[in-house]
Design a protein around this ligand. Structure first.
Ligand SMILES: Nc1ncnc2c1ncn2[C@@H]1O[C@H](COP(=O)(O)OP(=O)(O)OP(=O)(O)O)[C@@H](O)[C@H]1O
Length: 518
């Protein structure tokens, strides 16, 4: 037979009928199976040999599936573990994921889902799964053609190719994240740790800190790397379109539904769905999302049948979701499901030692994109000035600022004047400590007036909107109103660009030539 035989699985359950059912299902998939009826028996098997994965019931006569997980973790065993929990026991599922389980299934086990979860743990697709290649993405999520091609290729690939793709992604996924601060190193090692499982991760941090970068890195480091990463800004989709966008729709489901269309879940099938600004999701949609996460089935609007989906969920928010739960704006049960593992990305001002590396990294990227070579360098005075700026908009603000500075400088260096930072924005005396921290030369010129009163924005959201509006308008101007080109220059798809323009009331005068029929 083919390469499938190389997978060997250990099934642990004290119910003989269930053991047989699981065994038959898995043998049909081409795996080699051994079974155990108790924790003790399972340990004896595990001490004798290694398996590709272990599938265990949570409740065993002589212990718990968690004991088995802990043993696998502490002994550094490579087996992926799938835990089967009692129906409705969210606590058990979350506990298992926190303890390092790859994934969980709830009783009564749906065999289609069972096959899918096992296949996904082994880094291969099920033999008869749902259609995993969306005919068309539901929304232009900025997925380059190369990504799509890699995905298609990987779907047909053997696990060893997936492993190779993963190794490559490990190099790139984390490399894009510049900075050597302790905080960022912790974030990196958490990314590597959580990438292996299906556990939902909630990325928390202020706007522009790099939450999406973290989510992308988790996907890229994970075995799902060669498949889709779909990023959705939950706050940018009109409420009445949410269900159709998330779950897709059938032709004729509503006026204007002229063809079947897949939703985010189907588009992300086999891969990762990143729900950015999850705190913006209205309550009605929160319950629908919870149901899909629990049941792993989606029903497109207007469809009779539900479709199984195999999607890893990552989410992000700049809000304190715990406080949102207390205020009744976010469902406690959904929060519990999404927040299995939390990664906090600190604001740039709390890890200012990352500034130089990030600034150089970003500058190199934007200079390359703009065709400027060699990359201009920041003068010591410019850098010293930057290091005292509080960056309310974090790395994104730094990026925008360097974009502007690059355009203004036009030379080999970016100096103080090119930064064009408002004096008023310079904060209190604590900023002066940055100099000591960074071992910088004494400030000269304009920045000597640092004893100016602190001028943090009184409304951060409004301030950031202003920054964003200004950038959208300038990008549109530069690209003569072409939204596609302006969006692309900012790393946004046409749809994202449109949402942002609509949200911020940016007009599209002269924006006819988008070159996109959507
Ligand atoms: N450590 C880093 N190194 C290099 N670039 C970074 C780093 N952190 C963030 N960036 C860049 O900063 C920009 C903003 O990051 P990202 O979109 O991930 O932030 P975010 O927290 O998701 O923002 P928002 O809350 O507004 O959605 C991106 O272009 C990203 O590539």
């Amino acid at each position: 037979m083919s390469a499938e035989v190389e997978f060997s699985l250990l099934v642990v359950d004290d119910e003989p009928d269930l053991r047989t059912l699981y065994e038959l299902t898995l043998v049909r998939e081409g795996y080699r199976i051994e079974t155990a009826a108790s924790l003790e028996e399972a340990m004896a098997h595990l001490k004798r040999q290694r398996y590709s994965a272990v599938i265990t019931d949570m409740r065993l006569p002589d212990g718990s599936g968690l004991d088995l997980l802990q043993w696998l973790e502490t002994t550094g065993r490579p087996e992926k573990a799938i835990v089967i929990t009692a129906f409705g026991s969210a606590e058990n599922a979350v506990e298992a994921l926190k303890a390092g389980a790859y994934d969980y299934l709830t009783k009564p086990v749906d065999l289609r889902q069972f096959r899918m979860v096992v296949a996904s743990a082994l880094g291969r697709m099920p033999q008869q799964g749902p259609s995993v290649v969306p005919a068309r993405l539901p929304s232009e999520q900025g997925q380059p053609a190369a990504d799509q091609a890699a995905r298609q290729a990987a779907l047909a690939a053997e696990p060893k190719h997936v492993a190779k793709a993963q190794a490559r992604a490990l190099a790139t996924g984390l490399q894009r994240m510049a900075g050597g601060s302790t905080a960022l190193q912790q974030v990196r090692s958490l990314i590597e740790k959580v990438a292996r499982s299906m556990a939902p991760v909630l990325v928390q941090g202020e706007s522009g800190t790099g939450k999406e970068l973290v989510a992308r890195a988790i996907h890229e480091v994970s075995p799902r790397t060669a498949q889709a990463f779909i990023a959705v800004n939950c706050g940018a989709i009109p409420e009445q379109l949410l269900e159709a966008e998330f779950f897709g729709y059938r032709k004729g489901a509503f006026t204007g539904a002229n063809e079947d269309r897949e939703g985010f879940f189907q588009a992300a099938n086999g891969g990762t769905l990143f729900l950015d600004e999850i705190g913006e999701l209205p309550l009605s949609m929160q319950s629908k999302l919870l149901r899909v996460i629990q049941e792993r089935l989606v029903r497109p609007v207007g469809a009779v049948h539900e479709l199984p989906v195999n999607v890893r969920i990552l989410s992000a928010t700049h809000k304190d979701l715990g406080a949102e739960v207390l205020a009744g704006r976010f469902r406690q049960d959904l929060f519990y499901r999404l927040n299995v593992i939390q990664i906090r990305v600190p604001p740039l001002r709390e890890r200012i030692e990352d500034l130089r590396e990030i600034a150089e990294h970003v500058l190199e990227r934007i200079a390359r994109d703009a065709g400027v070579s060699p990359t201009p360098r920041l003068t010591p005075a410019a850098f010293s000035h930057l290091a005292r700026y509080p960056f309310p908009g974090n790395v994104r603000e730094l990026e925008n600022l360097l974009h502007r500075a690059l355009a203004l400088s036009g030379g080999a260096e970016i100096d103080l004047a090119d930064l064009d930072l408002p004096d008023a924005a310079f904060a209190d005396s604590s900023q002066a400590s940055f100099d000591a921290l960074l071992d910088l030369p004494a400030p000269t010129g304009r920045e000597t007036g640092t004893d100016a009163p602190a001028a943090l924005p009184s409304d951060l959201a409004q301030y950031l909107d202003e920054v964003e509006r200004d950038i959208l308008m300038r990008a549109l101007e530069r690209h003569r109103g072409n939204r596609t080109a302006a969006g692309a220059s900012l790393g946004l798809s046409l749809r994202q660009m449109r949402y942002r323009m609509a949200r911020l009331g940016v007009g599209a005068e002269g924006a006819g030539g988008d070159g996109d029929g959507d």
